[in-house]
Design a protein around this ligand. Structure first.
Ligand code: KG4
Ligand code: ZN
Length: 339
């Protein structure tokens, strides 16, 4: 049995996975309501709350898996990138457990966790079978928008990433402009379902450029300029169309990059992970793309899209099983490239 801890941002999560990457338990606490009044994450509030809830969550994860800490063979903990105060809570806890119970532990890169999210199983989800390498992994979250060519697990080639805002950030900022609660992506997703994707035209940056980078700050400015010209009543009446058109602009760019990369690298399997992979339109468009290219498609179930400890445990297990482990002086890092 392996334990994983995720506290890199505003979600606190503990998970226990068995040798076959089956999630025996996962318990998470979400802080959305605490940050909502500020329209974004307040780092101090995030770290304080991790300290309050992490140990009770750990107990609950062990209880639900019907095991004791002594049954844990290895611990995985997110140590980079993220909010320093938040990361510290998880890392200090993992180090303490490691030291006091003599269990090896490993620091995990948060994005490596997202990439590994589809490769766990539980009672309602089975990890993909006969998965082929290399595969393309698009990680789209509140802090990252990156496309990787994964040669094998733990061996990544970054093909492109955002040069300004992340896709999730573009969702959250637009939601804020519309007066929707934080985090906004899920609200835009819901409202879009009864809106027209062609009602408004938003820019698709870099779509005619070579390479695989992304840019979403122009989209945000275009949206702000459009909303500035609309009355409050107009905005309210057209909110579904605004959301659907904006969501399509983001999705078109993500799908375009994936399509180009499939052709260039001739891959037969693709995955989309990270908080934005919960987006229903993105999921269906990527699935359609995979089908049209004859590629396998993996996307995590919703519970493993946003930040969670199952994906961190999965990534850590891959490294622990290869004999890697971290030392007690492991540092936390606000920024870090995956390696
Ligand atoms: O991976 P995640 O939980 O945290 C980071 O590591 O950033 O991603 C959070 C992001 C937020 O920007 C949120 O608005 C977005 O994922 N998100 C969505 C949806 N659900 C969450 N964006 C679009 N559609 C959704 N259904
Ligand atoms: Zn994340």
């Amino acid at each position: 049995m392996y334990l994983g801890i995720e506290t890199s941002c505003d979600d606190t999560s503990c998970a226990i996975l068995d040798e076959n990457y089956f999630v025996r338990s996962m318990v998470s606490a979400n802080q959305d309501v605490l940050h909502r009044p500020f329209g974004g994450i307040v780092p101090e509030i995030a770290s304080r709350n991790h300290t309050l809830v992490l140990l009770p969550l750990l107990d609950e994860a062990l209880n639900q898996a019907h095991i004791k800490i002594q049954d844990i063979k290895g611990i995985a903990v997110t140590n980079r990138p993220g909010l320093l105060g938040s990361l510290l809570v998880g890392v200090v806890t993992a180090k303490t457990l490691s030291l006091s119970h003599k269990i090896p532990f490993i620091g995990v890169h948060h994005i490596e966790g997202h990439i590994m999210a589809p490769f766990v199983s539980d009672a309602n989800y089975q990890q993909p079978q006969n998965w082929t390498f290399p595969f393309l992994s698009l990680v789209v979250s509140g802090g990252h928008t990156s496309l990787y060519l994964v040669h094998e697990f733990m061996k990544y080639e970054l093909l492109g990433s955002t040069i300004d805002d992340a896709a999730g950030e573009a969702y959250d900022k637009f939601a804020k402009m519309l007066g929707l609660p934080y985090p906004g992506g899920v609200h835009i997703d819901k409202l879009s379902q009864s809106g027209s994707t062609d009602a408004y035209h938003f820019p698709r940056a870099l779509i005619h450029e070579e390479g695989f980078n992304f840019s979403f700050s122009g989209l945000k400015t275009a949206a702000q300029n459009l909303l500035n010209k609309m009355s409050a009543e107009e905005k309210q009446q057209s909110i579904n169309h605004l959301c659907a058109s904006y969501q399509k602009a983001i999705t078109d760019v993500l799908v375009d990059r994936m399509k180009k990369a499939i052709a260039k690298y001739n891959v037969k399997s693709i995955s989309v992970t990270g908080g934005v992979s919960a987006n229903s339109y993105l999921r269906s468009e990527m699935e359609a793309l995979a089908k049209s290219c004859g590629a396998q498609f993996a996307v995590p179930p919703l519970r493993y899209c946003t930040d969670n400890a199952a994906m961190i445990t999965r990534a850590g297990m891959e490294r622990l099983k290869r004999g890697e482990k971290s030392a007690l002086d492991l540092k936390v890092l606000a920024r870090s490239e995956i390696a």
